[in-house]
Design a protein around this ligand. Structure first.
Ligand code: NAD
Length: 480
């Protein structure tokens, strides 16, 4: 049994009330460990540790903070195999994906913000004719809360923690209770890297107990959250009357818009990835595919043929391209949507069935699924499924597809496949989303901002935007 503990003040602790949750392995459906379901008291202890560490950490030189964050990054890289295995076991994703994407990106997050903080600067304004100068101080907020989801566990956890620490804050963080393992292992790495005690505290447990205790803590002054839209709305309701700073990265229902003039092979291969990478459990996946009518039938045939070649299997099998979904309830939710699609007149082009993997019969495996939908207003085209399920339908004109792309409550990302420059610029202007990819997908430069509009969230992460979020700006006006 792998028992996970809370990381508070540099040490590992059982939950005070001795309340534990089972941790399931999605690849075989078995319980393989337990995690604390931390109470208010555990969160309070984490807060006290963070508060005590803050005066010293906030005054630590930028060079020293940078050195420690980069050391954490190096240690993650040195432990790549161990972390990738843990991530895969906890989440069900192919181990190859964890090794190529999740863990390297977690290491990059620490390296990036370790470097970025040495380049972060604030403004000054000379008030000419008034004999005055204004300058902006960007000061750490104090103790901040970071809460993350299960789909890219360490990747998204560190995407918040690294800038928060770089900016001089101390952190109380909670990973998803569904995938807590790599966050637990991160504590050891932080100690080894010399992160002072209490600067980062990691508490485990359910959103409704541990997460709730973080968001309603009166002295945790900012919350950076990534997760579902309904949870984000709840957090806003609790935190807004307390005037906490809030960054909310929420759900998506992203359009993938394909014009006939695109580079076809590149589009086809990337669309396969943007549909099914990580079992379709990436908030940026292009789950609504719109194809220009003149190439629709060709695309349909070629795409379905490629999807049928994807190999569903055990995450540690090197031939596997699609691993297990993260949990049984999630598998059931995704299956429900496939049934909803059928009842709404959707045409199942491939997939739709659970997969039984030999020796791992109780794992949460599902065939990659493509559904041809009769219109863009059906539920499977409007609601986030967050699994290996995409819809396809044709469009006739730029105006039509733009209207359909924007006619959802979400607005996280959009992908556009075309070689027409003017169309690219027109559509990029008008698409209602925080991110537009043209002729690519999920290409990330960590300096760029990241976030959504409408029900996909509030605020931007990434680059200096994240450092601005994790600091309070103060204007100082001096008359001379
Ligand atoms: P979720 O909202 O259920 O949980 C996310 C986190 O919030 C977990 O750690 C959970 O324990 C915690 N939580 C739940 N209730 C809480 C409460 N009352 N108070 C405080 N914390 C609480 O989301 P999930 O199912 O883990 O993740 C899937 C969702 O995340 C999808 O909707 C996906 O689109 C979204 N997501 C968004 C992004 C983005 O960058 N926009 C990235 C990845 C995932």
């Amino acid at each position: 049994m792998n028992n996970i503990k809370n990381y508070i003040n540099g040490n590992f602790h059982d939950p005070i009330q001795n309340n534990w949750l089972d941790n399931y392995c999605p690849a075989n459906g078995e319980v393989y460990g337990q995690i604390p379901n931390s109470s208010k008291e555990d969160v309070e202890n984490a807060y006290i540790a963070a508060k005590s560490a803050f005066p010293s950490w906030s005054q630590t030189t930028l060079e020293e903070r940078s050195r420690i964050l980069i050391k954490i990054s190096e240690l993650l890289e040195a432990n790549l195999q161990r972390f990738a295995e843990a991530e895969s076991k906890d989440n069900g994703k192919p181990i190859s994906l964890a090794k190529e994407i999740d863990i390297p990106r977690a290491a990059s997050n620490f390296r990036f913000f370790g470097n970025a903080i040495t380049q972060f600067a604030s403004e000054s304004h000379e008030s000419v004719g008034h004999n005055a100068i204004n300058y902006t101080l960007r000061q750490p907020i104090g103790v901040v809360g970071c809460i993350s989801p299960w789909n890219l566990p360490l990747y998204l956890f560190t995407w918040k923690i690294a800038p928060a620490l770089a900016a001089g804050n101390c952190v109380v963080a909670k990973p998803s209770e569904v995938t807590p393992l790599t966050a637990f292992l991160l504590g050891e790495i932080c100690n080894e890297a010399g992160l002072p005690k209490g600067v980062l505290n990691i508490v485990h447990g359910l959103g409704t107990t541990t997460g709730q205790a973080i968001i309603e803590h009166p002295d945790i002054k900012a919350i950076s959250f990534t997760g579902g839209t309904a949870t984000g709305a709840h957090i806003a309701k609790v935190a807004a009357p307390m005037f906490k700073k809030l960054s909310l990265e929420l759900g998506g229902k992203n359009p993938n818009i394909i014009f006939a003039d695109c580079d076809y092979d590149d589009m086809l291969n990337t669309t396969l990835r943007s549909s099914f990478a990580n079992q379709g459990q990436i908030c940026l996946c292009g789950s609504r595919i719109f194809v220009e009518a003149s190439i629709y039938e060709k695309f349909k045939t070629d795409f379905v043929a490629k999807v049928k070649q994807l190999k569903v299997g055990h995450p540690s099998d090197t031939a596997t391209t699609i691993g297990a979904l993260v949990s049984k309830p999630h598998l059931e939710k995704v299956m429900d949507y496939i049934n909803i699609a059928k009842s709404e007149g959707g045409n199942l082009l491939c997939g739709g069935q659970k997969v039984t993997v030999k020796d791992f019969e109780n794992g949460y495996y599902l065939q990659p699924t493509v559904i041809e939908v009769p219109n863009d207003e059906c539920r499977v085209n409007q609601e986030e499924i967050f699994g290996p399920v995409v819809t396809i339908m044709p469009f006739n004109s730029e105006d039509d597809v733009l209207q359909m792309a924007n006619k959802v409550k979400y607005g996280l990302s959009a992908t556009l496949w075309t070689n027409d420059l003017k169309r690219t610029m027109r559509m990029s202007n008008q698409l209602q989303s925080g991110i537009v990819w043209v002729n690519t997908w999920m290409m990330r430069d960590l300096r760029t901002l990241f976030g959504g509009v409408k029900a996909s969230g509030v605020g931007r992460e990434g680059g200096f935007e994240a450092l601005r979020f994790f600091t309070e700006a103060k204007n100082v006006c001096i008359k001379y």
